[in-house]
Design a protein around this ligand. Structure first.
Ligand code: FES
Ligand code: FES
Length: 173
């Protein structure tokens, strides 16, 4: 007798970087895999798949979330921002200063750090270096030694203090 295995699929709708995606997914599919495989948003990197490295961080309803620790079905109805949503016509201020400060080498950790930094700067208008280090403690970088990364985030924090908007919308005012 032939057994036909039928995968249960669930339809979800989610808004990512301002665009609505309606897809059928397996309930066990991770949000990180959904973003990369179903939506083609490969800027979200996958390192450990255990919530340790931070490479897969995206914003879900404005909060930094490790997309390898969340199922795609749990994201149904949410608003997600990935690294692809950061730049508008211009690079996002964080992307500019990461470049200026040589805050990346291979770039594997960078999308996750950028997304956490957006959330962090939204809720910390004048962060201390220790606060920045604390936020970065959830992100593993194999290349840069963190000095340039900290410097870059400090620079944007200072620009924000001077009135620049760093909200992840790609807008600068
Ligand atoms: S891939 Fe998600 S935290 Fe490492
Ligand atoms: S720049 Fe290579 S892992 Fe961070």
């Amino acid at each position: 007798m032939i057994q036909v295995s039928r995968k249960e699929m669930v339809e979800i709708q989610v808004r990512i970087n301002g665009k609505v995606y309606q897809e059928r997914v397996e309930p066990r599919k991770l949000l990180s895999d959904f973003l990369r495989e179903d939506c083609g948003l490969t800027g979200t990197h996958v390192g450990c798949e255990h919530g340790v490295c931070g490479a897969c961080t995206v914003l879900v309803n404005g909060s930094a979330v490790r997309s390898c620790l969340m199922f795609a079905v749990q994201a149904a109805g949410t608003e997600i921002m990935t690294v692809e949503g950061l730049a508008n016509d211009q690079p996002h201020p964080l992307q500019e200063v990461f470049n200026e400060c040589h805050a990346l080498q291979c770039g594997f950790c960078t999308p996750g750090i950028l997304m956490s930094s957006v959330e962090f700067l939204n809720s910390n208008s004048d962060p201390t270096t220790d606060k920045i280090k604390e936020m970065l403690s959830g992100h593993l970088c194999r290349c840069t030694g963190y000095k340039g990364i900290i410097e870059a985030i400090e620079k944007v924090a200072n620009r924000q203090k001077d009135g620049e908007k760093v909200d992840g919308s790609g807008d600068t005012v």
